[in-house]
Design a protein around this ligand. Structure first.
Ligand code: SAM
Length: 219
């Protein structure tokens, strides 16, 4: 999707993807990655998710990336956090305690912008992209991070012809095709979540699965 699509979503409060709780899959599966306190975690396309707070509470340094200044401002305001702001040519960095949010285009960032990363957490980032953008997303992710790395990836799977995204359906085969060059991917959860998501049923889906992958870099 183009940036204007997302800016429009935030301006008009069309943010059905935002959860009012920490993602239960994050809480359930993140500890299995065995990361040390102080590990730096990249959260691409982070919105104003409460998951950022939870990750910081685990002792991690959290680096979120989000296009919308409205989302970034709302995050810090709703958490009652006062952020320092650094403005660069290509993005704004908002920072408070262990949480740094880069307000800018994920695709325009360089490894220097992000710094050393130990883990990634992707919830509703890969699946926010239409099929033709997903290889670029995977390439950009891989170009930003290097060295031994772990991660958690949450995707949705449904019959794409039944509904237009976002969120888009991403199959296990596609995850494998996109990521297997740099990552070992292990699907550790495959849940039927249609009944808990009536808005997707209303949009015509007769199957909706949430898939959870543990990621480990190959190097
Ligand atoms: C589906 S939402 C998911 C947000 C968050 N991960 C969550 O779980 O609530 C996708 C987010 O990505 C942001 N976004 C879209 N394209 C982006 C880009 N190129 N760079 C940075 N953020 C982007 C949107 O503004 C939106 O907040």
């Amino acid at each position: 999707m183009e940036p204007d699509f997302w800016h429009d979503r935030w301006e008009n409060d069309l943010i059905g993807f935002h959860l009012d709780e920490v993602n239960p899959m994050l809480k359930a599966f993140w500890p299995g990655l065995g990361l040390e306190q102080g590990s730096r975690v990249l959260v691409p396309l982070c919105g104003k998710t409460l998951d950022l707070v939870w990750l910081a509470e685990q002792g991690h340094e959290v680096v979120g990336v989000e296009l919308s200044p409205l989302a970034v401002a709302a995050f810090f305001e709703e958490q009652g956090l006062k952020a320092d702001k650094i403005v660069t040519e290509s993005y704004e960095l908002w920072r408070c305690g262990r949480i740094s949010l880069i307000c800018g285009d994920f695709f325009a960032l360089t490894p220097e912008d992000i710094g050393v990363i130990d883990a990634i957490y992707d919830r509703a980032a890969l699946i926010a992209m239409p099929e033709k953008m997903r290889p670029d997303y995977a390439r950009q992710l891989n170009s930003l991070v290097s060295g031994p790395m772990k991660g958690l990836l949450l995707t949705l799977f449904y019959e794409q012809s039944q509904m237009s995204g976002p969120p888009f359906a991403v199959s296990p085969d596609e995850v494998q095709n996109l990521l297997s060059g740099n990552w070992l991917t292990e699907k550790c959860q495959d849940l039927d979540i249609l009944e808990q998501n009536p808005r997707f049923k209303e949009r015509g889906l007769n199957l909706l699965e949430e898939h959870v992958y543990l990621l480990r870099s190959r190097n």
